[in-house]
Design a protein around this ligand. Structure first.
Ligand code: FES
Length: 87
């Protein structure tokens, strides 16, 4: 489990073990673009301001993964207790 912190909205959204980050956002009425939901297309890519994502997609390059500036909420999770997202 981890938490998404939405920097621009000032809200925290918990992501349970049984849901994706994208589902948690949608459940809270935060509309994000989604397409493949398998980490392939990059449609859902979100900017990360703080925290370390656990990248589970195949869209980002190795360099993009390593800089931890974005993540794909349809499948990726977090290595830190929370991710601060520019949303
Ligand atoms: Fe395609 Fe997330 S919806 S990578």
């Amino acid at each position: 489990d981890f938490e998404l912190v939405l920097a621009r909205r000032g809200i925290r959204i918990p992501v349970g073990a049984d849901q994706t980050a994208a589902q948690a956002l949608l459940d809270h009425g935060i509309d994000i673009p989604l397409s493949c939901e398998q980490g392939v297309c990059g449609s859902c890519l979100l900017p990360v301001l703080e925290g370390i994502p656990e990248h589970r997609d195949v869209f980002l390059s190795a360099a993009e993964r390593d800089c931890n500036r974005c993540f794909t909420p349809c499948c990726s999770r977090a290595r830190t207790p929370s991710l601060l997202i520019d949303l």
